[in-house]
Each structure stands twice: as C-alpha cells, then as structure tokens.
Design a protein around this ligand. Structure first.
Ligand code: NAP
Ligand code: MG
Length: 499
C-alpha cells in the first residue's frame, strides 16, 4: 500500500484557491445563470476538492449562442493555417503546464500520477498537434462527370456548432479527442465534461484562451447529464452531438437528437474478449492481461474484461495473472509508487462491489481480490482490490455486463471456433486482444471478431493517427486519425455549367 503523497504543485494550489470554478462561455469565465454550484470530490479521501459553477439549460443556451455567433462570423474568417497555429500553441501550453494538469487530473479522478504523467497529459498534447496537422489538409475534390460539360467539385465544410459530452475516466484526454478534430475542421464547440471530473477541462479552457482562440469557438460548461447534457443534445441550434459514455445514455442522446435531426456519433461501452492461445508468449500475455484490466482501475471502455484462456493452460495462466494482480500497489493516485488508485466515485464503488457480489452468487471464484480495499486510510476512499474471477462462463452477468472496475473474468475455451463464438457472444463490439505466435490464427481471429479495434500480441495501444470506435452496441463513428474528419465535416457538390 502506498501512503506518502507528493506535495501539490503551487500552480494547482493557485488554480484551486480561486473558487467556485467558473465555466467558459464566449471567451469569458462566468458564473452559472442560476448561481448554483456543485462539489467535486477527491476519490482517494472522499473529501471535497472545490466547488464548480453548475451549467444548466440557460447556460447551455448562452454557450450555444456564443458558438453560433463565432461559427458564422469570426471563426469562418480564420484561415486553416491560423487554426493550425492555435492548435499547436495549445499543445505547447499543455506541455508547459504538464505537471499541473497531471496532478489536477489525479486529484479529481483518482488515477495514479504515473499514468496521468505518462499517458493522459502527453497524449492530450499529441492529439492537438496531430489534428493541427490536418487543419491545412482538409479539402474536396474534382469529379469527372459523364452527364455533360460540367466542372463538378466538392467542398468539405464544417458541420457548424457541435455539442460534446464526455465521461470521467479520461477527463482531459476525452476533451482533447472531442475538441481537437472538431476545431481543426472549423467547427465551434460546446463541451460538457462529466460532473465527477470537471477540473482539467476548466484548466484546459484557460489554456485555450491563453493560446488565443477567438471567443465562442470553444465553450466549456460543467454540469449534470440530465440537465446540461440533455439541453445540449436536444438543442435545436446544435448541428451535431458527439458523445462518449454508457450505452443507455447513448440511446437518450439519439432520442434527443431527433428534434432537429442533428448528426450523432457515439463511443459507448465494451466487454472485450482478451484471447490467450496455448502457443502465445505466456509472459507477455500475462503482462498484457494485467495492463488491459487494471490500467485506470479498469475504468476503460476497451478493457480486456473477458479473459479467454485455452483449456490446456487455463489454471496455470490464471494463477500467474492473480499472482501479479495481487502484487499491484494500491494507494492514493498522488503517491508516486501507486499502481492502482481509487475508483472515481462512491457510485462507481457501489456499482463495482455490487458486481463482485453478483459474481460470487453466480458461482464465479475470486482467486485474487473480490472486495473493497479498506486497509488503513484506504477505507476513506473508493478502493477496490484488483480482482480475478475464475470459474466464469460467458453467460454470467459479470461476463455480459460492463463492470467498469478492476475486475477480470477468466473463461476457458476449447479451440479457435469456440473462442470466436464465445468472444462474439456479447452486445458490445469495441475491442479485442489476441495472444498467439501463429500468424495465420491471429489474422483469422482478428477478422472474425466483431470489434472496432483488435490488438494482436499487445493491448491498449493508442495513437492519434489510428481510428477508435465501436461495432454493435458499442456505438458508431470513429475518433482518431483521418476518420474523425468525417464526423466533423460535410460534403457539398458544386456544379458549373461550362457550355
Ligand atoms: P454516462 O452516465 O453515460 O455519462 C457520460 C456523460 O454523459 C457524462 O458527461 C454525463 O453527465 C452525461 N449524461 C448523463 N445522462 C445524460 C443525458 N440524459 N443526456 C445527456 N448527457 C447525459 O457514463 P459514465 O457512467 O459517466 O461513464 C462510464 C461509461 O462510459 C461506461 O459504460 C463506459 O464504457 C463508457 N465509456 C465509453 C468510452 C468509449 O470510448 N467508448 C469511453 C469512456 C467511457 P454526468 O455524469 O456529469 O451527469
Ligand atoms: Mg472528482
């Protein structure tokens, strides 16, 4: 157990001292119209970090108006190379303030500081840089038509005002995934961060203004889903909504979008099969399995939560995984040695421990963990022990429903056909992992698995240039790479009569 916490960077202290935190609308940090605030909690201790002004319908109204005015006016006049410069400047500012952002993220979300430093913050900067590159390379084409003497060309234009709603598991990184591509394409944005983790998005808002983005191009309004989120997804002057979160919320977003038939893209949950064949590199697979389910306390939509292990090595493999899982250092995210922090909230703790009980009742056997961690100061926070369930079959609730915690369900399989059938027996289709040295088998399984991302002999590898998104009920639309440009642009065909 880790206990010695690092001292907060003075810039974090300064950021927090100025409270309640205001939202960013039309280039200004403002209070909520209602004056209402909400608390954001440190999940390692259950203590209040600070208060944040709570966006509601009226605030969303103001933000959408500001985004519309910016989109129809000043932002349209900013040429692509200037958009590029602004995004590059923002990436530089993120790097310059990296330690502050990492600490703020860990404080608010709970994740280990080593992860915030190595993943969340640098990948955020990289994402803005990657899409800065695209800003000057988005263009239409000329079409050789056969129906007459015409010059026919296309314009690839921004969709307009985009509402973006994100979850709490990667608060800063999800903000980057949403904002970077949208703004590179010339859209204006209203972002609603998750109510559990609003802080880094607000700090990002300060950096956005420091970078010099015109007022109204990016608005950041923390608030609750049923109020601010619903107002944004149902707003008649929002042209598109991009959402990441639970599939149930995804359905509500689609319903809310019907009013003005706004465009929708959804990144929803997952229940990924991580498949270990007898001929895989066992050490690498064990390590990959640990990373796939315990990274970010398992609060990752693509986590390899269904561990399929070939019969012959099932017991040996599970024992290696549980040995390693049992040695993970639990503690507050702000301890340098911490490898697994608390879950994000008391609600999430309730959800995950509920599934631990369900699993036991269903007959699954926890060979490691299996309950809340309450040693010493851990009892103040929302800690769950890394858990490995053996004796699981794919029909059990813990194998079908998304737990979103540090819990892996190990399921035996007979052969390649069996694992493809079981692997695909889920309503989700976000990702999958395959461990084998047989290249033919690897490609055959990769082709047969219904998922938006398949990792072969690796897991949870990401790059700004690669697409990410779901098959089936894991959603639709792809973020990352060239594919995100399709989410944020629309095509106009122009015909010129040359006769
Ligand atoms: P969630 O409840 O769906 O919340 C996600 C966001 O939607 C939050 O900002 C939330 O606001 C907002 N929201 C809630 N109800 C809404 C409504 N009626 N209208 C508009 N917005 C609404 O999900 P969560 O519990 O925060 O996050 C965990 C889930 O997200 C998991 O199922 C996970 O698999 C999924 N996830 C998917 C991905 C992916 O890339 N596919 C990534 C991360 C997470 P408040 O919570 O602030 O009220
Ligand atoms: Mg928090």
């Amino acid at each position: 157990m880790a206990t010695k916490q690092l001292e907060l960077h003075q810039s974090v202290v300064k950021f927090l001292s100025n409270a309640p935190k205001k939202m960013l609308i039309n280039g200004q940090f403002v209070q909520s119209v209602s004056g209402k605030t909400f608390e954001t909690i440190n999940p390692a201790t259950g203590e209040v970090i600070t208060k944040v002004y709570e966006a509601d319908k009226e605030d969303i109204e103001k933000a959408v108006k500001a985004a519309r005015v910016a989109f129809e006016g000043p932002w349209k006049k900013v040429p692509p190379n200037q958009r590029q410069m602004l995004l590059l400047k923002l990436a530089d500012l993120i790097e310059k303030n990296a330690e502050e952002l990492a600490q703020l993220e860990t404080l608010d979300n709970g994740k280990p500081i080593r992860e915030s430093r190595a993943v969340d913050v640098p990948v955020t900067a990289d994402h803005f840089r990657y899409y800065a590159g695209w800003a000057t390379k988005i263009h239409g084409e000329t079409i050789p038509v056969s129906c007459g003497n015409f010059l026919t060309y296309t314009l690839r234009e921004p969709v307009g005002v985009v509402g973006q709603i994100i979850p709490w598991n990667f608060p800063l990184l999800m903000a980057a995934w949403k904002i970077a591509a949208a703004v590179a394409c010339g859209n204006c944005v209203v972002l609603k961060p998750a109510e559990q983790t609003p802080l880094t998005a607000l700090r990002l808002g300060e950096l956005i203004m420091e970078a010099g983005f015109p007022a109204g191009v990016i608005n950041i309004c923390p608030g609750f889903g049923e109020t601010a989120g619903a107002a944004l997804s149902g707003h008649m002057d929002v042209d598109k909504v991009a959402f990441t979160g639970e599939y149930i919320t995804g359905r509500k977003i689609i319903q809310a979008s019907a009013g003005n038939l706004k465009r929708v893209s959804l990144e929803l949950g997952g229940k990924a099969p991580n498949i270990v064949f007898v001929d895989g590199d066992m050490e690498a697979a064990v390590k990959g399995c640990i990373g796939s389910v315990f990274f970010n306390q398992g609060q990752v939509c693509c986590a390899g939560t269904r561990l399929f292990v070939e019969n012959k090595i099932y017991d040996e493999f599970i024992s290696k995984v549980s040995d390693r899982a049992g040695k993970l250092t639990l503690g507050p995210g702000l301890c340098e040695e911490t490898q697994m922090g608390p879950l994000v909230s008391s609600d999430q703790l309730k959800r995950v421990t509920g599934y631990l009980e369900t699993g036991k009742k269903e007959g699954a056997k926890p060979v490691c963990g299996g309950d809340r961690a309450t040693d010493g100061d851990l009892q103040k926070g929302y800690f769950v022990k890394p858990t490995v369930f053996a004796n699981v079959n794919n029909k059990m609730k813990i194998a079908q429903e998304e737990i979103f915690g540090p819990v892996v369900s190990a399921i035996p399989f007979k052969d390649i056909e069996d694992v493809i059938t079981q692997g695909n027996d889920t309503t989700y289709g976000l990702s999958a992992g395959i461990w084998t040295k047989d290249i033919k088998k690897a490609h055959a399984v990769a082709k047969a698995i219904k998922a938006g991302t398949v990792w072969i002999n690796c897991y949870n590898v990401f790059d700004s240039a690669a697409p990410f998104g779901g098959y089936k009920q894991s959603g639709f639309g792809r973020e990352g790479g060239i594919h995100a440009l399709e989410l944020y642009t629309q095509i106009k065909a122009v015909w010129v009569n040359l006769d």
